[in-house]
Design a protein around this ligand. Structure first.
Ligand SMILES: Cc1cc2nc3c(=O)[nH]c(=O)nc-3n(C[C@H](O)[C@H](O)[C@H](O)COP(=O)(O)OP(=O)(O)OC[C@H]3O[C@@H](n4cnc5c(N)ncnc54)[C@H](O)[C@@H]3O)c2cc1C
Length: 434
């Protein structure tokens, strides 16, 4: 198949409509609904404001585009979703209005893939309709990046799972109708074989939210949307296991790949928004008799940002394309998603810092979106696994099939290679090259 960087005209029309709709109808919500949970919380007044917008998206046939037609989505595929998410990434509310918000997208994916018919009817159907919110809880206070350190355990006693332990940074736990909790069910074996994902209704007896945690310093302790949870002999029926008992790690892994690349797609949108601001500022502000845009050091910032955003964007779209080709998380897809995930905080840091810096004191104020964006820099380096862990995945995969040098000197050792080349071209050489 030929390399191709173009978008079909019919799909481009949809993207053009989305761009206008997000700018005119959704981005203004970011300015008035400021609480961390507003885009997700069914109790937020933003919910009512979003309802007619969601209907417009449904009527346009653009609802829940991450899903295949069997689940009520459009089946556009990941590459098209990438182009759409670039637009949705410009607003905190846009993913919810289009039915593609994390962590519900990933949770819907594993319910669809591993859920029983009863689980799908009870949880997947209302989740896809956008009626309820869900949570995925894996991280613990003492362990995040290394699941081998998880201790929150579930034991099967007389037909019920009895869960004990703590979980940390469980996004949207407080407002969720149900949580998917990764529990150790066999401590005698490695976590890859000894954990199970279990559906825990928010109302389950013994599920306690110790407190909510916020990202950043602005909100009061105890506010925010990330739950610190304790399970005190929390009981759920044994049929609430999602996927095979002992297979929780695989279930969790299968949702994280999509989540990571979707974050990256939305990050492209945020980067473009920062770039737009940087460019407007550069052509508007005059100092020492000329526009910032006329100063070479500013031009360098614009050029470097443009190049980095484009490189990152092409990488994300390539990852999405691979996912469409392989229809799942193959080796090469996993490697690419990890490489994209590891690159994300770096490009965010560079571009948003330059945009902030060019705005001077205004950039530092709370009167542009830039300081809100700045918070995403470290966040994107941590959420869904720290950068280091993803770099390890990339490097291990690259090195998997690389052979060591056959002797003391490497295969590219010039004296040996030159001798071989001299033999090959002996008829044409006037002098001995050695
Ligand atoms: C906004 C946000 C939302 C989140 N939502 C959820 C959620 O909904 N559900 C959920 O379960 N979790 C969630 N998390 C938690 C997230 O998955 C973890 O924070 C992440 O996996 C890292 O775990 P940790 O915080 O325990 O850090 P640690 O595992 O303690 O890592 C801290 C640091 O140690 C270093 N490090 C760790 N491992 C290695 C290594 N192998 N090699 C080299 N250095 C290493 C890195 O510098 C790393 O940043 C969320 C986090 C954030 C910030």
């Amino acid at each position: 198949m030929a390399w191709n960087f173009s978008t079909e005209p019919e799909f481009q029309e949809k993207l053009d409509w989305m761009r206008e709709f997000v700018a005119a109808e959704i981005e203004p919500m970011d300015l008035v609904f400021r609480k961390p949970g507003d885009p997700f919380d069914p109790r937020s007044p933003a919910r009512k404001a979003m309802a007619p917008l969601k209907q417009i998206v449904r009527d346009k046939g653009l609802w829940a585009c991450h899903l295949g037609p069997d689940l009520g989505g459009q089946g556009f595929g990941q590459l098209h979703l990438g182009l759409m998410n670039e637009i949705l990434g410009r607003s905190r509310f846009a993913p919810t209005v289009f039915g593609t918000q994390a962590p519900d997208t990933g949770n819907a994916e594993i319910l669809a893939r591993f859920g029983t018919e009863e689980q799908k009817a009870a949880y997947l159907a209302p989740l896809l309709d956008g009626e309820i919110v869900s949570c995925f809880s894996m991280t613990e206070p003492q362990a995040g990046a290394d699941p081998g350190e998880f201790t929150c355990a579930a034991e099967l006693v007389r037909g019920e799972w009895i869960i004990n332990g703590e979980k940390w940074f469980a996004s949207h736990a407080d407002m969720a109708e149900f949580l998917i909790v990764m529990c150790i069910t066999d401590p005698e074996v490695a976590v890859h074989e000894g954990s199970t994902t279990i559906i825990v209704p928010r109302s389950a007896p013994g599920l306690e939210i110790i407190r909510n945690t916020a990202v950043g310093p602005k909100d009061e302790i105890g506010s925010g949307v990330h739950g610190y949870l304790r399970f005190n002999n929390c009981r759920v029926p044994h049929e609430n296991a999602l996927g095979p008992v002992g297979g929780g790690f695989k279930v969790a892994q299968s949702r994280l790949g999509g989540g990571r690349i979707h974050h990256a797609m939305r990050t492209v949108g945020m980067l473009n928004k920062a770039m737009d601001m940087m460019c407007e500022r550069a052509v508007s502000r005059v100092t020492k008799g000329e526009r910032l845009a006329d100063k070479q050091m500013v031009q360098e910032k614009i050029a470097d940002s443009y190049t980095q955003i484009l490189q990152f964007r092409l990488h994300v779209l390539y990852g999405a394309w691979l996912l469409d080709q392989d229809k799942g998380y193959t080796h090469r897809v996993r490697r690419e998603i990890s490489a994209i995930k590891a690159a994300m905080p770096g490009v965010l840091k560079d571009v948003i810092y330059r945009a902030l810096h060019l705005h001077g004191s205004l950039g530092m104020s709370n009167e542009t979106p830039l300081m809100d964006m700045w918070q995403y820099v470290p966040e994107m380096g941590i959420v869904d696994g720290p950068t280091e862990v993803h770099k390890v995945t990339v490097a291990k995969d690259i090195l998997r099939n690389v052979m060591p040098s056959p002797g003391t000197f490497p295969t590219y050792f010039v004296p040996t290679r030159r001798a071989e080349a001299a033999l090959k071209f002996a008829d044409f050489l006037e002098e001995d090259p050695l």
